[in-house]
Design a protein around this ligand. Structure first.
Ligand SMILES: *Cc1c(COP(=O)(O)O)cnc(C)c1O
Length: 364
């Protein structure tokens, strides 16, 4: 009798990563050395509690991109950016980051054998994201300044030194990120009526719009959604239909603590073209949505991600009857345990390890 499992060949239906899946829609060729962690194919989860709360026979769905290999949608862009950097012969990459871009750059860059440099705003990166960048082996350079300052610096670094910039101004990033829109269409069988999405540096909103537009032009879907972007109120540089930089952005949602969004002009244009808008939500509204998602939907996202749901709740009176609405949850809640614990109460003192004491604690 054998006690060993037979080796199972990788099933033919196993998800091969988004470049292999959407190769025909992406600027890659036979010579592109694909660096993948099998990102993408994240679940579209029906938000039953939220749907009931909103009423109007609307169905609300959560595109949980926090289930990517490094825990955020940044992996979609990074598989493309790193593969193309390698194809171009680059040996190093650099980015400025509020945390998730650095985690993804560190993982994909390291896997691709590239040197990875990341500039982060000192003290404003969630603990899990910092741990990721370090453990994946990136050179982490904290600066005494915010994301916008870090970003201005990495642009200069990439101009003057032999290193590829992998922030979302790298055009391959948005190409990878648009695949999330493809997946949403395939998962719903049609494009949604609305897409609610957090807005930080403002690349992802346009990436989704590109994806929906591409499927629409191919005739694979019959409509495109209204793009509803939501910034944090303390970092709301885009809400008046143009880019008005905020010098000192502040929000609990550190992933979108960005005062001068690099892709702001494009995001405003995409939202307008779609018949949608970019609005702002307060930290209070973000935290309420964050807790609601965890408690009632069983979905733990990071605070910035919850701005899509906070925005939906804010605009609930505009929701059409019977609408299909997708809220993008950009990152995983485990990245920011500090914010999670701050909003909850933990029993401070341990109790005696007896049945009586435990039953009493449980209220029986
Ligand atoms: C990067 C990021 C965002 C913002 O995306 P942009 O493309 O910069 O607008 C939102 N949420 C999370 C979790 C992120 O990591």
């Amino acid at each position: 009798m054998t006690t060993m499992l037979a080796t199972r060949p990788l099933a033919a239906h196993a998800w091969p990563g988004l470049i292999a899946t959407y190769r025909d829609y992406l600027p890659v060729n036979e010579a592109t050395p694909v660096v993948t962690l099998r990102e993408g194919n994240t679940p579209l989860i029906e938000a039953l509690h939220l749907s009931r709360l909103i009423g109007r026979s609307a169905r609300i769905w959560l595109k949980f991109d926090g289930l990517n290999p490094t825990g955020s949608f940044k992996d979609r862009g990074m598989t493309m950016a790193v593969s193309k950097a390698k194809e171009a012969g680059s040996e190093a990459i650099v980015c400025a980051s509020t945390g998730n871009t650095s985690a993804a750059a560190a993982a994909y860059g390291g896997r691709g054998g590239l040197k990875v440099f990341v500039l982060v705003p000192d003290g404003y990166v969630a603990l899990g994201k910092l741990a990721q960048a370090l453990i994946y082996g990136a050179e982490v350079i904290p600066i005494q300044g915010n994301f916008d300052q870090a970003f201005a610096l990495v642009r200069q670094v990439a101009d003057q030194y032999p290193v590829t910039l992998v922030n979302s101004v790298n055009r391959y990033r948005l190409e990878g990120q648009k695949t999330a829109a493809f997946e949403v269409c395939e998962q719903l069988g049609e494009a949604p009526d609305w897409l609610c999405i957090p807005v930080g540096n403002a690349g992802n909103l346009t990436a989704y719009w590109m994806g929906f537009s591409q499927f629409y032009q191919k005739g694979l879907v019959r409509k495109r959604p209204r793009m509803m972007g939501f910034e944090a109120a303390g970092a709301a540089a885009l809400i008046h239909g143009k880019v008005i930089p905020i010098p000192n952005p502040e929000t609990i949602a550190t992933a979108i603590r960005i005062g001068n969004p690099a892709s702001g002009v494009m995001a405003v244009a995409s939202a307008r073209q779609s018949g949608g808008t970019i609005d702002a939500v307060t930290d209070q509204e973000i935290l309420e949505a964050y807790h609601l998602l965890a408690r009632h939907e069983g979905v733990f996202c990071e605070p910035a991600s919850a701005s899509s749901v906070a925005g939906l709740l804010k605009c609930h009176d505009q929701i059409p009857e019977g609408a299909n609405i997708v809220c993008v949850l950009t990152g995983n809640g485990l990245k920011d345990p500090d914010t999670a614990l701050k909003g909850c109460t933990l029993r401070h003192s341990a109790i005696a390890p007896t049945l009586e004491a435990i039953a009493m604690a449980m209220g029986f």
